[in-house]
Ligand binder design. Structure first.
Ligand code: IFM
Length: 486
């Protein structure tokens, strides 16, 4: 296994480039994207096992059957994290590994994997940050109706109780959901994610039940875990910008902000669904039936920290002749919109910006603005950047190295944005690079590499990219090097 490169000597950074004391440096992964071992030790299929086996859904027919084989290689992976100096590891739990089919008793062999992973992390001095749900609903629960059905929130609360019982003594930070927007609107709206349904009303119903499941799980975690444990949820908040200063484009931005962001932050952080969201979507769902007595109180149980994922801003307009907008919002191609009630909004790529291999424009100011917007709208709310990073077309050189200066530039710019937001009053507690290592990038399969560590899928060999060594140096300094990459 490659050692951390000695040619990046740690230097003392001047005060101006430092982060707050206690700022957490981490990296993230998700169960289906890295674990593999899809049919081992009692695990049953999740919606992603089914979806990835459905012809045409995932590029090259890739599946998560083996992925980065983290299930078997977790000890080596933790050792690598330790060598890189990571202070925290954000991972998710595969529901159908610990509670096959999503109902009934837990399976000890499944729980043991996470116990062993967490013990290994603690032993290495790395703080475990556990996410209960990163998109992999047990298939049997989808067969029973999935997230559009209210009962799925009850099942999730049971599952949260199992996990709190199994890991509550050793995990100090718990996240209920990762990016519930994707589960609801890519899973049930545009259908580019599992379970691949294209039903706008079901997508909205799913969003409410994901919110409800979040609130129920927070209640369970709070009831079972010590007071010092931190609870959270991670949202992929869209940094929405209107294309022009016109009133029509401002309305397009308002709509996407409503169904992209405030559909979650409204009930979770304010205890209400935004009125404009209800107005935009009332032809699709009857909100007065969907939201039952007590739901909003449950959903708005306080969290200790809000996880924010950011990759690229979202530039929108109302379609006008010649405006050049497309249906491509960066979330994958589909004839069906993931924006129920606002299907007419057009999406744009900013001119003159560099792009990643996902064709997402690179804009660190979007992260700064996002952190400042959340701080303005929810003063005093502690934030954590739980995902940020970029895919590029990485390859191993004949010398066996992976040079990825574009990723270093991306990370440098975004960490600088975090630092500026902190200086301007945002309470950002940490940063998790997406991703620790290359992995199964959902509908793109293994064609997109987001890792700081390169994975040779044929041999499962890990090769830390230049960006991993750069990040290790940032962690050591607790700050950015003075100059950006050449
Ligand atoms: O790989 C995903 C991750 O699972 C959720 N957030 C975005 C990442 C990059 O697309």
């Amino acid at each position: 296994m490659t050692a951390v490169r000695p040619d990046i000597a740690p230097k003392q950074a001047p005060e101006a480039t430092r982060f707050p004391t206690g700022f957490v440096w981490g990296a993230a992964t998700a169960a289906y994207q890295v674990e593999g071992a899809a049919a081992e030790d009692g695990r049953t299929p999740s919606i992603w096992d089914t979806f990835s086996r459905t012809p045409g859904k995932v590029r090259n027919g890739d599946t998560g059957d083996i992925a980065a084989d983290h299930y078997h290689l977790y000890r080596d992976d933790v050792a690598l994290m330790k060598r890189l100096g990571l202070k925290a590891y954000r991972f998710s739990i595969s529901w159908s590994r610990v509670q096959p089919t999503g109902r009934g008793p837990a399976v000890e062999r499944g729980l043991d994997f996470y116990r062993k992973l967490v013990d290994e992390l603690l032993e290495a001095g790395i703080t475990p940050v556990a996410t209960l749900y990163h998109w992999d609903l047990p298939q049997e629960l989808e067969d029973a109706g999935g997230w559009p059905q209210r009962v799925t929130a009850d099942r999730f609360a049971d599952y949260a109780a199992i996990m709190a019982g199994a890991l509550g003594d050793r995990v100090g930070t718990w996240t209920t959901f990762n990016e519930p927007w994707c589960s609801a609107f890519l899973g049930y709206g545009s259908g580019v994610h599992a379970p691949g349904r294209t039903e706008p009303a079901s997508a909205l119903r799913a969003a409410h039940h994901l919110n409800l499941a979040h609130g129920r799980a927070i209640e369970v975690l709070r009831g079972q875990l010590p007071a010092a444990v931190q609870t959270s949820v991670t949202l992929n908040l869209h940094q929405v910008r209107p294309l022009t200063a016109s009133a029509a484009d401002a309305d397009a931005a308002r709509r996407i902000d409503a169904v992209g962001n405030r559909i979650f932050t409204g009930p979770m952080l304010r205890g209400e669904y935004p009125e404009d969201l209800i107005a935009d979507t009332r032809h699709l769902v009857d909100w007065s039936q969907l939201v039952q007595d007590g739901d909003l109180a449950a959903i708005s149980r306080p969290v200790d920290v809000l996880g924010v994922n950011y990759y690229t801003p979202t530039l929108v307009s109302t379609p006008a002749e010649g405006a050049g907008g497309t249906r491509n919002d960066g979330h994958g191609a589909s004839d069906h919109s993931p924006w129920p009630g606002s299907e007419h909004v057009a999406f744009h790529l900013a001119e003159g910006k560099e792009r990643t291999a996902m064709n997402w424009s690179i804009d660190p100011n979007g992260l700064y603005s996002l952190l400042m917007d959340v701080t303005r709208d929810h003063p005093g709310l502690p934030l954590m950047v739980t995902e940020n990073g970029a895919a590029f077309d990485d390859y191993v050189s004949p010398e066996g190295r992976v040079e990825d200066p574009e990723r270093i530039a991306y990370l440098h710019g975004h960490l600088d944005a975090v630092q500026r937001a902190v200086a301007d009053g945002a309470d950002v507690r940490g940063y998790f690079l997406w991703s620790l290592m290359d992995n199964f990038e959902w509908a793109y399969g293994y064609s997109k590499r987001f890792g700081a560590v390169y994975v040779d899928y044929a041999s499962q060999r890990r090769i830390p990219k230049a960006s991993a060594h750069w990040y290790a140096d940032v962690i050591r300094r607790h700050g950015l090097p003075q100059t950006g990459p050449a």
